[in-house]
Write a protein that binds this ligand. Structure first.
Ligand code: AKG
Length: 265
């Protein structure tokens, strides 16, 4: 486990392969699948009968998306209210890892528990190069779990190894290479050698620093790319203590970018 911490501090991220088994992943996908199927039925859509829970979820979400532009947002919001995601965020295995890499006994869980749902061929939701610390409390840790194999074929995560050590970069809409709502940093600040794409398998657990620049690219596959993200922070951190542990320290422009999601649909 010391290796995990050393790698996290050195590179800004660490991967624990096959941390979650298929059974766990299928149970998450089945639960989201139910939400999607309920809305699909409401809009008169046909559900697909594919046997793999993640594949079924993906195809049904694509079908639902064609019938309602809003429905993906409803699913996204409902994920945050599912009991299993709250249990997962508080799972001792994850809390102990957070304690290890943050070097703190006292860990807080960010109230927003997310499921990334990257639709094939869509750029709007794409997160170009950015640091999560820009959008959230500066000192935080992200846990990221893909629900299927991710890489170049479906626009999976790219990272800039070691560049977390440079601290927070400026973020601006003008740096975006795609038509996305999220503000991004200028990739010229990152050394070419540091940036590469991660090839992850279903159930791998990726831990990364809120300062680690990372990006996703267009999903050119035929399935939606799913990844869980849970965020933790160190309650012993002076910066956070002096703010009364408040999480709402979003950069004003970051906040505006997020709010524009609901304004523009
Ligand atoms: O997997 C993705 O599409 C990127 C997600 C991301 O950048 C984030 O959650 O901060």
């Amino acid at each position: 486990m010391k290796d995990v911490k050393d790698q996290f501090l050195q590179d800004g991220f660490a991967t624990l392969p096959s941390f979650f088994g298929n059974e766990e992943i299928d149970s998450w996908a089945n639960d989201l699948g139910w939400l999607v199927e309920v809305q699909l039925k409401r809009f008169g859509g046909q559900k697909c009968e594919e046997s793999s829970p993640v594949g079924r979820l993906s195809q049904n979400l694509i079908a639902l998306n064609k019938l309602s532009r809003d429905a993906q947002g409803w699913i996204y919001d409902e994920v945050n209210r599912r009991p299993w995601i709250h249990r997962l965020a508080g799972d001792d295995r994850l809390i102990q890892l957070a304690q290890l890499v943050l070097g703190s006994k006292h860990i807080g869980i960010h109230p927003r528990l997310n499921m990334v749902m990257a639709m094939p061929g869509r750029d709007w939701h794409l997160a170009d190069w950015h640091q999560d610390a820009f959008y959230g409390p500066h000192h935080h840790l992200v846990m990221y779990v893909p629900l299927q194999a991710t890489g170049a074929h479906n626009g999976g995560l790219c990272v800039a190894r070691g560049e977390h050590k440079q601290g927070l970069f400026e973020h601006d809409l003008g740096n975006n290479s795609v038509d996305s709502k999220f503000l991004s940093l200028n990739p010229d600040y990152l050394t070419k050698e540091s940036t590469f794409r991660l090839e992850l398998n279903a159930g791998d657990l990726l831990l990364f620093s809120g300062y680690l620049p990372h990006s996703a690219t267009r999903n050119t596959g035929t399935d939606v790319r799913f990844a869980l993200t849970i965020r933790y922070t160190d309650l012993e951190d002076d910066y956070f203590i002096n703010r009364g542990w408040r999480w709402q320290d979003l950069a004003a422009s970051g906040l505006a970018a997020l709010q524009s999601r609901s304004a523009d649909g």
